[in-house]
Design a protein around this ligand. Structure first.
Ligand code: PLP
Length: 391
């Protein structure tokens, strides 16, 4: 090929002046959820220089609102430009060295993925499992931490694949009794169910931006206790560069040295979206947000019962209040029902995954979508879908 020639491309869009457009759906699955107009407006602002004072102000505001969100005074609290999975990988790689002992309380796919990550980094892992719909007791986790002499216990708070909520109260003090740290995946539970990082003595938490927070996917919010920070400073192996929290903490001015040494280029568009979503959380207040999710999902469960659908997790006390596993009625195809809801009602429902695979659909009423009228609309679609497909 001559130097002034390029590879050509042939596709249907080549001669089209039309922008990429798609339909708007109600995202009532396991997340992401719909972004508010305020968030969508924030993300479309002109991009900022990552070294500018405007960018620093964005970072500072996000940090302060995230401290409120997590109910913590931890100085190492920030947002990271990686999805929820990257946030979990950040926690384990910043707190452990190769060969270190780790207990993972698996409650579904997300815990299994942390196990996959941990094996890649060659940690000495004790994975725990439970039958679907069940959660761990404090005693079970204490026995595991004690017998394995764990340096980290990793727990998923809300499991969007199994629909369960793992209780966290008491785990922090228990871990600390054995010199162990507590890491929590709150990717989907954040701003749905109560979480008190300082009061419950949690050492590391990872929260997704795309679930009840209402920002787009691709970012996560992280916080580390002083104990966790000390572990980072003492450990022998450096974490992966991109996930290095001590480096990123400098950029976010978490340690008060004001150097703001650049770590990598953050998207100001994404940060603006996260900032706006957090502002909406702060305006409503956590107590109201937690109560709203509980109220609306309980109403949804009651209406499900009325139309003859059943929940995947039998015990109500084990159910997560953001995403509900809903059993597919016998004789009905899950795929057809999901397609029906999308085609006729513009609703996106998530199919089963992990523990719920081929058993239950995953229906989420989170963030702006946690409203009684949304529950009613979803119920209407499920009822209509059943009548249409049950022929
Ligand atoms: C509990 C939990 N952890 C981790 C993840 C992974 O997050 P991401 O897909 O943003 O990497 C999810 C995503 O649904 C989740 O619900």
């Amino acid at each position: 090929m001559a130097e002034n020639e390029t590879l050509d491309y042939e596709n249907v869009y080549k001669k089209s002046a039309k922008r990429f457009m798609h339909k708007e759906y109600l995202l009532l699955g396991g997340g992401p959820i719909n972004c508010s107009d305020r968030v969508l407006k924030a993300i479309s602002m002109q991009t900022l220089n990552p070294l500018s004072v405007d960018m620093h102000q964005l970072m500072d505001e996000i940090k302060e609102m995230t401290q409120y969100l997590f109910q913590t005074k931890n100085r190492l609290t920030l947002v990271s430009q990686t999805s929820g999975s990257g946030g979990n990988e950040t926690i384990i790689t910043n707190l452990l060295d190769r060969g270190d002992k780790l207990v993972i309380a698996i409650g579904g796919t997300w815990g299994e993925r942390v196990l996959d990550m941990a094996l890649r980094y060659e940690y000495d892992v004790l994975p725990l499992t439970k039958p679907a719909g069940e959660v761990y007791t404090l005693e079970e986790l204490e026995n595991a931490v004690k017998s394995h002499k764990a340096k980290l216990l990793f727990v998923t708070h809300g499991e969007s694949t199994g629909g369960i909520l793992q209780k966290l109260e008491g785990l922090g003090p228990m871990c600390h009794k054995y010199g162990c740290l507590l890491g929590v995946d709150a990717v989907v539970s954040i701003a749905v169910d109560p979480l008190f990082v300082d009061r419950w003595e949690i050492d590391a938490v990872n929260a997704g931006t795309q679930k009840a927070i209402g920002a787009p996917p691709g970012m996560c919010l992280l916080t580390f206790s002083p104990r966790a920070e000390q572990r980072m400073r003492e450990k022998k192996m450096k974490p992966p560069y991109y996930f290095d929290m001590l480096r990123q903490g400098i950029y976010f001015d978490c340690f008060g040295d004001h150097t703001r040494m650049f770590h990598y280029t953050f998207s100001s568009n994404m940060l603006s979206a996260v900032r706006e979503a957090l502002a909406q959380i702060c305006e409503e207040g956590l107590l109201e947000i937690w109560a709203r999710h509980k109220r609306n999902v309980e109403y949804f469960w009651k209406r499900l019962d009325e139309i003859g659908y059943t929940c995947f997790v039998n015990k109500r006390e084990n159910r997560f209040h953001g995403v509900t596993g809903v059993n597919v009625p016998e004789g009905i195809s899950q795929r057809e029902l999901i397609k029906f809801a999308k085609d006729k009602y513009d609703i996106e429902i998530a199919p089963g995954f992990g523990p719920t695979l081929n058993k239950a659909m995953r229906l989420g009423l989170m963030g702006t979508n946690s409203r009684p009228e949304m529950a009613d609309y979803l119920i209407e679609a499920l009822k209509d879908g059943f009548q249409y497909l049950n022929k």
